[in-house]
Write a protein that binds this ligand. Structure first.
Ligand code: HEC
Length: 416
């Protein structure tokens, strides 16, 4: 394989990007041919495959240049045309040495309904050494390709349901539920009873969308268990949200009971305690760094990056309990970290300033507000001063789902 030096790689990315924009038959055939050409490394071939997929469902912004509405109207190659180009090559792509390429090839087989890939996809699902994501993509592709090859799908489902990979088992169960709805709820019930956390969550997510009385009855029994405190901590939120999404009269009654208990607890954290355990630290990190509304990094530094209105959060999971961390998110003013108390000062000129005391000396003090702006105030300017609420926003929980809060707690707790 020819590993291309960086400038060449950049050049080729521009070429792939240009083909994406041109979006005609010639572009499609150039990309399909080069995607199986071993002289290009896996990262570039992966981009080519992504373009072939993106035409079916063009993204709102250009993945190469970030422009809006990138694909020129008019001459987009048809689904049939791209499928014709892929058919003779899909076998080689699914057998590629690179797992990401194999996974993307499975998505292509799915999107373009390449039924000649069924046999190979089925073998990939059954192969215990295959990468877990690739196996899942292959199984989903088989289900998408459809009924003509249902023998292959049935075999793959059987292999998946008995595999050692709990993610694969979960996806198989969801597909199996659709294929044989009459047994779905009992199968999901068994997974809830005896499966791993991954399988339990996946079963609950399927039940949340399963609009039958039988599914709602099963959800109601799990909600009762939650009220009796017999659900593992990491699964509580999943039970609650599944029940909220698929209500019956019985579920409604139990939910009201749950809510009464929360509001009588005289504990502002009560409604959020289901977020204490079971989050995904990686997703939480993403929220911390990138979520547009809450923008934690604007005020908190982590690993040397971020603002300094709030305390740096490196090692916060070592210093603070999960409860403390949750409280910081949903009720920040209950406990304010030392050195970050907010002061409200009234000045002789009638202005009122609010901020954290950044520096204090014999002549006065320097305040920093929530946007990071500092103001110097002399002692003789101050008429009155008092403690204010935390400078940490108190509406974080309004912008985030309960699942996102759970992920944030997991992330903060993981900073050791
Ligand atoms: C406008 C600035 C600002 C933003 C945005 C902000 N915080 Fe804060 N945060 C603060 C300040 C100031 C404190 C210290 C005062 C306090 O303890 O309430 C604080 C305290 C905390 C603490 C307690 C740290 C400790 O050691 O006591 C945690 C944890 C925390 N924030 C997490 C977050 C997360 C997660 C987000 C994003 C969802 C976020 N913050 C967004 C300003 C901010």
């Amino acid at each position: 394989m020819l590993v291309l030096p960086e400038p060449t790689r950049l050049f080729w990315r521009r070429v792939i990007g240009a083909n994406f924009l041109v979006a005609n038959s010639q572009a499609a055939s150039r990309l399909a041919e080069r995607a199986v050409d071993a002289r290009f490394d896996a990262a570039l071939r992966l981009e080519m495959l992504r373009v072939l997929r993106a035409w079916l469902n063009p993204p709102a912004t250009d993945p190469f240049l970030g422009r809006l509405n990138p694909v020129l109207p008019g001459s987009k190659p048809s689904r049939g045309e791209v499928a014709r180009l892929l058919r003779p090559r899909i076998g080689r792509l699914l057998a590629d040495a690179n797992a990401s390429v194999r996974g993307e090839a499975a998505h292509l087989a799915s999107d373009y309904r390449l039924d000649e890939a069924a046999e190979q996809l089925s073998a990939m699902v059954a192969q215990p050494d295959e990468n877990s994501h690739v196996r899942v993509a292959a199984l989903e592709a088989l289900a998408q390709i459809g009924s003509a090859k249902s023998g292959k799908l049935a075999a793959a489902l059987k292999a998946a349901l008995t595999s050692r990979d709990d993610r694969l088992r979960s996806v198989a169960r969801r597909l199996q539920a659709r294929a044989a709805p009459e047994n779905a709820v009992s199968m999901l019930g068994a997974a809830l009873e005896r499966g791993s956390l991954v399988e339990q969550r996946s079963a609950l997510a399927t039940l949340a969308e399963w609009q039958t009385e039988e599914a709602r009855r099963l959800l109601a029994t799990w909600l009762e268990r939650l009220l009796d405190d017999r659900v593992p901590a990491a699964l509580k939120l999943d039970v609650l949200e599944a029940a909220r999404a698929n209500k019956s009269a019985a579920i409604d009654r139990l939910l009201r009971q749950y809510e009464r208990r929360i509001s009588s607890a005289n504990d502002p954290l009560a409604a959020f305690r289901v977020c204490l355990q079971g989050g995904d630290a990686k997703r939480g990190r993403d929220i911390f760094l990138r979520h547009a509304q809450v923008r934690c990094v604007r005020c908190h530094r982590v690993g040397g990056y971020g603002g300094d209105v709030g305390p740096p959060i490196d090692g916060v999971g070592r210093k603070r309990s999960r409860e403390y961390l949750l409280e910081s998110l949903v009720a920040p003013s209950r406990r304010i970290s030392e050195g970050y108390e907010t002061l409200v000062v009234e000045l002789t000129d009638g202005r009122t300033l609010t901020g954290i005391v950044k520096r204090r000396d014999t002549n006065g003090l320097t305040l920093i507000d929530g946007t990071g702006r500092t103001t110097r105030v002399d002692h003789e300017q101050i008429v009155r001063q008092r403690a204010g609420p935390s400078a940490m926003p108190d509406d974080v929980s309004k912008h985030l789902s309960m699942f996102q809060l759970r992920d944030l707690v997991a992330y903060l707790a993981s900073l050791r």
